[in-house]
Design a protein around this ligand. Sequence first.
Ligand SMILES: Cc1cc2nc3c(=O)[nH]c(=O)nc-3n(C[C@H](O)[C@H](O)[C@H](O)COP(=O)(O)OP(=O)(O)OC[C@H]3O[C@@H](n4cnc5c(N)ncnc54)[C@H](O)[C@@H]3O)c2cc1C
Length: 564
Amino acid sequence: MLFNPKKYASDYPCEKSKEMMKKTIDFFERKGKQRIKNDDQWCVWYDDFIQFLKDNKIFATLLTPSKYGDADCRWDTWRNCEMNEILAFYSLSYWYAWQVSILGLGPVWMSKNEEVKKKTAQHLQYGRIFGFGLSEREHGADIYSTDMMLKPKGDGTYLAEGDKYYIGNANQAVVVSTFGKIAGTGEYVFFPVDSHHEKFELVRNVVASQMYVAQYNLHDYPIKEEEILEKGQEAWDASLNTVNVGKFNLGWATIGICTHSFYEAINHASHRILFGKAVTEFSQVKQLFVDSYARLVAMRLFALRAIDYFRSASAEDRRYLLYNPMVKMKVTMQGEEVINLLWDVIAAKGFEKDTYFEMATRHIRALPKLEGTAHVNMALIIKFMANYFFNPGKFPEIPKRNDIADDTFFWEQGATKGLSKIQFHDYKPAYDGYDLPNLNIYKEQIKIFKAFLATATPTPEQQKDIDFLLILGELFTCVVYGQLILENAKITNVDKDLLDQIFDFMVRDFSKYALQLYHKPSSTQMQMELCMKMIRKPAVDEARYERVLKNHVYALKDTYEMNP
Ligand SMILES: Cc1cc2nc3c(=O)[nH]c(=O)nc-3n(C[C@H](O)[C@H](O)[C@H](O)COP(=O)(O)OP(=O)(O)OC[C@H]3O[C@@H](n4cnc5c(N)ncnc54)[C@H](O)[C@@H]3O)c2cc1C
């Protein structure tokens, strides 16, 4: 169920792509854990990695839509997610150079500007990297207030003036897709800048990391009309639609981090003898491992299924707009939980400078906070709740999408409006496909939650209170999370013991959120009564638990150790 570099075996049907993944694994394994950790601690910029990417045309192959590249070039989310997982498995810092290149390329591939697209495809062939200049120091999530200005000179050219903050790769990127406004009209605009240009001032790296997260200023940087990527509504849509593509990767990076951490924790604990027995024999350690493994498998099952919907998206099927923010928000927060659980096992070792784990504990915290905080994503998700529960639509069955295809819809997502009108397929058939003790309890919890929404509907004041809505949203996402996990369990034929173990923690999570909703200052008597009914204990089955522990969790002992 988990990625293991020493047994890399993808079911993706393209040998050349698999070769590329294997080469990437080899690059890191040859570099070894010690050097990766040294470079991390000394914040060394990864020239060796950038050179490796260039020599093997990794970005050119994976990040050029087929129309603009060689035969193997396509934007194929299945294989890109493999790359996400591999890079973060070794270090989020390396993944970040890839991630912000993806973001930087978003406004380019979404643009109608064919010249810039062809030029960018050339840059990719030369092994260059890219950046996405959206954020500003003063404005955070409020991108309406952006104050980077493009001043028209009246002769079809402009001068760009302003500063950007938190911009990855801006120390080297040859195209930084920069978001701003046109002075005078206030129209939004995306334009490319080159970090090597004399009017581009690289101020500093604002973080102490190998990742270069730049502050930069543009001092009357000249831009020609024919260089502009998007203007007006199209520029606005490009900013959000790029993030729709990019934020998916954060969930996959989380899965990579948690997987490597899991191997380290289980190897350490199973070889550590205390009071005459291995640490893995303590009952609380067994529970921590079973929970972290079940959570990690659930993250993977959900994120894999979300790929199927993302790749199948169209103007008529926009369900990805619910599933993508969940990959970003839910999976990344689950990743924090997995690291918390594993840290209680690995304990002091998790601080040691030679471990991957030490780096993971820092990196895992970033993922829920980047590309829109968990709050911002939850505020988005809530808009889908009414249609999801009360107005399902009919859609053709979406198969597993590990086929070789260029995901062209990403660049044609169109207007970012009308979210509350999007429909989803009925969640019940996925839930009714199995009869398992914990799943059955979970179904009862969902029924009560639906009754809560129908009969104890949040008041107009509660609907304006983000603090209240965030917990309501947690309960909603539990339902969607379970649905896609179950859909994928059927596709991948997940062991029923493991599936029921997953719903063991899901019943506990649902209960936890119900209690939090109960505690909200504004919850009404009727809402509180329904919350209490949602609080349930999972079905106890000692034999199932032991089988999961032995057959799945402890079976991973000594199956992976990174080269020193
Ligand atoms: C390591 C790193 C790398 C980054 N890389 C890039 C990059 O390459 N390019 C780029 O453009 N940006 C980048 N960023 C910026 C990042 O995307 C922003 O940090 C993020 O979008 C959130 O902005 P903020 O942290 O300033 O939080 P703020 O926007 O200041 O938010 C503060 C609080 O308000 C809440 N809040 C804000 N808006 C809402 C809302 N609408 N509803 C409810 N609550 C809300 C937030 O949840 C948070 O609790 C990077 C940041 C870091 C730290």
